[in-house]
Design a protein around this ligand. Structure first.
Ligand SMILES: CC[C@@](C)(O)[C@@H](O)C(=O)O
Length: 584
């Protein structure tokens, strides 16, 4: 398609979406072209060159993404070099450590922001710059619902935390330091010192938390260039990767290589199985379930259990292991890891490099088998990944991260101690008079998608102080919340339906007996159906703070449950890139 322009003939680029803008006739074309000249672009800039957006989630409020502002410059160099035209644009961002009540409340807003910006503008392709937990899935979801050629670059992990001669890791060491402080084992000065030692460079968490999990998993699903997800943020090879990504996206436009061609069922199976082998975050369950529904791929909660029964944990990384992302990268990184898994992953899936998964990693080596373990010497045996438990307490399922739990608590019967809110639990947790033993089961509810709202990462409830002081390090905890990818403990998460939606979790009472039996995948409340039905008659949905108006109201009215990925019901699916002509 070549649009003839007012009084002249130019080739605006066969099939380029942007040509509908810049190749348009009459005043429409004049308007679109002329205003771009104010950015100093010569008149022939848009003739046949792919126009590439650079979606940037940098923000000084998202500390883990702040360096993306500079990384975008490297992407631009590659785009110009390959004959494209780059346009960088900001979107909503969401930094896990700061955003309240939880960054999860903004993931869908960010995805919607990106989707609408992509569709509304003359873009033939997009490079997605993300990093912190929610920013990566948000961008993949938004791009999937427009389906123009899209290439993700995550910002890379921080350098290892260094504290008094040893390594400390984001999140994981926070829980250790704060529990040690609450148990009176260390003083305030030590905690303050650790705060400075943990986050000592640009980049996202360098444990196998949610950010590193989503970075690696999105690479293994084909949306990032091979061998890039684990490159430290400050490593110049990441700048080179950004430059190469700029070049590659221009080729992807010419090849019409769109997310729908890459995010297939097999790609999701690779993501789910790679997550298990990484000892990755339970939050990947929520994000991949949501992403699958954007591209129309069948993916269920049970897949995260049944698909990983033969997959061992081979990445020896915190919280399930000992090392951090720098160690992982220098041990061989995502390439060495992928090659080690061999046929446990689909090797014929297409990726943004234009090559298949297998071609991307063929011959990659592992330089430190302590960190990236061989299959015959795993960190955790096959089947120690995510377990999906069901029963009368969680009819639509709940998840347990076995690789981060205490073996002896995976089968446990105990007395339930129940709190309706997180604040109520936290107020009691430090009470020396709290009547609790290590065999009890802590239940906190109304911390789910609607209840909190936003399903915060609070499922790894801090243990009661008196038990901590007695040396207790783990006990069974149940909630309709999420947990940090960097957390550990025998924690039952994502109980669905959530309490605030009237799920059975809303009906549990202190003193009831609960049995968690992970080997047989069951979570049972020893209360009969008649009694539960009687309790339900008295149940009233909790009043959720801020639900009267605004985004929070829209969110609560449309958010789906944990076994569907917490997307908004009207955002699921894709509407493609078509957009009406601009009416001047
Ligand atoms: C505080 C933020 C973390 C570390 O919990 C989150 O990034 C995660 O990995 O889930």
């Amino acid at each position: 398609m070549s649009a003839k322009n007012l009084g002249s003939t130019h080739d605006w680029g066969e099939g380029l979406r942007s040509a509908k803008w810049f190749g348009a006739d009459g005043k429409t074309g004049f308007m679109h072209r002329s205003w771009m000249r104010s950015e100093g672009l010569p008149d022939d800039t848009f003739r046949g060159r792919p126009v590439i957006g650079i979606a940037n989630s940098w923000s000084e409020l998202t500390s883990c993404n702040i360096h993306l502002r500079v990384l975008a410059e490297h992407v631009k160099r590659g785009i110009w070099q390959a004959g494209g035209v780059p346009f960088e644009f900001p979107t909503t961002s969401a930094g896990e450590p700061l955003v309240r009540p939880t960054a999860m409340l903004l993931r869908n807003l960010m995805a919607m922001d990106l989707e609408e910006t992509l569709r509304a503008n003359p873009l033939d392709g997009v490079v997605l710059l993300a990093g912190c937990d929610k920013t990566t899935p948000a961008y993949l979801m938004g791009a999937a619902s427009v389906d123009i050629p899209s290439l993700l670059i995550t910002g890379g992990p921080m350098l290892n935390g260094k504290y008094r001669g040893g390594d400390i890791g984001s999140g994981t060491s926070v829980w250790r330091f704060t529990e040690a402080y609450r148990a009176g084992q260390i003083d305030e000065a030590a905690v303050t010192e650790a705060e400075g030692c943990m986050a000592r460079s640009q980049g996202h968490c360098m444990t196998m938390g949610t950010a590193s999990t989503m970075a690696c998993v999105s690479e293994f699903m084909g949306m990032q260039l091979p061998g890039t997800a684990a490159l430290p943020a400050n490593d110049s090879r990441r700048s080179t990767a950004a430059h190469l990504a700029g070049r590659r996206i221009v080729e992807m436009v010419e090849e019409d290589l769109r997310p729908s061609k890459i995010l297939t069922r097999e790609a999701f199976e690779n993501g789910v199985r790679a997550n298990a082998a990484l000892g990755g975050s339970t939050n990947a369950v929520i994000h991949l379930l949501a992403l699958a529904r954007r591209v129309g791929v069948e993916l269920t909660l049970d897949d995260f259990d049944t698909l990983v029964r033969d997959v061992p944990v081979i990445a020896d990384l915190m919280p399930s292991g000992r090392f951090l992302m720098e160690d992982f990268e220098y041990a061989g990184g995502t390439a060495g890891f992928a090659e080690t898994l061999g046929d446990l992953l689909h090797r014929d899936t297409l990726t943004v490099s234009g090559k298949t998964f297998g071609e991307n990693y063929a011959g990659a080596e592992v330089y430190n088998p302590e960190v990236i373990r061989p299959l015959d010497n795993p960190v955790k045996a096959p089947g120690s990944g995510i377990a999906v438990v069901r029963g009368n307490l969680a009819p639509r399922g709940a998840v347990v991260k076995q690789s981060a739990a205490s073996e002896e608590l995976l089968t446990h019967t105990g007395r339930a101690l129940v709190w309706d809110t997180l604040d109520a639990y936290l107020a009691d947790a430090d009470d020396p008079e709290l009547e609790v033993t290590a065999d009890d089961i802590l239940v906190v509810r109304n911390v789910g998608p609607r209840g909190y709202p936003g399903m915060p990462e609070v499922g790894n409830l801090p243990l009661p102080r008196k038990l901590l002081e007695a040396g207790v390090t783990d006990m069974v905890r149940i909630s309709d919340a999420r947990m940090s990818g960097t957390s550990y403990g025998t924690v039952v998460l994502h109980v669905a339906p959530e309490a605030a939606a009237g799920g059975p979790l809303a009906l549990v009472r202190t003193g009831d007996t609960i049995t968690l039996d992970v080997p047989s995948r069951s979570l049972h409340l020893h209360v009969d159906d008649a009694e539960l039905a009687a309790r339900k008659t008295g149940w009233v949905a909790p009043q959720v703070p801020g639900s009267e108006r605004g985004w929070t109201r829209l969110y609560i009215e449309h958010v789906t449950q944990a076994d569907e990925g917490l997307d908004l019901d009207f955002l699921q699916g894709s509407s493609g890139a078509a957009v009406g002509p601009q009416a001047f």
